[in-house]
Design a protein around this ligand. Structure first.
Ligand code: MLT
Length: 229
């Protein structure tokens, strides 16, 4: 896809197909089969970009495709984010709703442009990216079949709790996180549970920073629960 076409999708982004998928794609097309691979929606943290979580997503599952947008909101003119905040942990909820819908529509458009299955998308988000991933589950659940959320907090309380019965969610939170207090992560876990999701909350002996151990745990969870070989 050329740069102009990419820009028309509305976000600076990367899309990466798994290498074996590239080989089989043409053959599959000829047989009229649908693509069967999972696509990770990779969502970076504040001040990051579309490159940040690609190695992590590749570690989680080499057979998955990766759609990785860059957040459009620039904090202080320099730090990309997925939605505006008024202060640390205090969100501009109207902007969050708008940006959540905008991102959900981008995933839908990208699934047509890149020909991946919009019913097999798993968000992989860290911090601000995890928060918009959680918001998407609450406001536009049809876009995600699951999510891996590192250091997420309650992004908003939806007017109507969605039915998340078939959604698989892995949350990983830091016991000593100065940005996301323990009760915040527990509150989000409770919200997902109440909505019927298959959710697990995994505590790390860490702060806001990611650790290798939890990435491995997420990988195990994914392969035992979600991705069928
Ligand atoms: C947020 O703004 O989404 C959270 O405070 C996490 C962060 O990005 O620092």
């Amino acid at each position: 896809m050329g740069n102009n076409e990419k820009l028309r999708l509305g976000y600076i982004h990367r899309f990466i197909l798994p290498s074996d998928e590239m080989r089989t794609r043409r053959a599959q097309r000829q047989k009229g089969e649908r693509n069967k691979f999972t696509t990770f929606l990779s969502l970076h943290g504040t001040g990051g970009n579309e490159e940040d979580l690609i190695p992590l997503a590749q570690q989680l599952d080499q057979k998955a495709a990766i759609l990785s947008p860059r957040g459009k909101v620039l904090e202080a003119g320099v730090a990309p984010r997925f939605f505006r905040r008024l202060a640390e942990g205090v969100f501009d909820v109207e902007d969050l709703k708008y940006r959540t819908n905008e991102l959900a529509d981008f995933v839908k458009d990208a699934s047509n442009a890149y020909d991946f299955d919009v019913h097999n998308v798993i968000a992989v988000g860290y911090s601000n990216g995890a928060n918009i991933g959680a918001s998407m589950l609450l406001l536009r659940p049809e876009i995600l079949s699951g999510a891996i959320l590192f250091r997420a907090m309650v992004p908003l309380i939806p007017e109507i709790l969605p039915d998340l019965t078939n959604k698989h969610i892995f949350m990983s939170s830091g016991l000593y996180d100065p940005i996301v207090p323990k009760q915040e992560a527990e509150r989000l876990f409770g919200l997902f549970k109440k909505a019927g999701a298959k959710v697990s909350l995994n505590w790390q002996n860490s702060g806001h920073e990611l650790t290798m151990k939890e990435v491995q745990k997420a990988e195990e969870w994914l392969h035992s629960d979600i991705v069928k070989p």
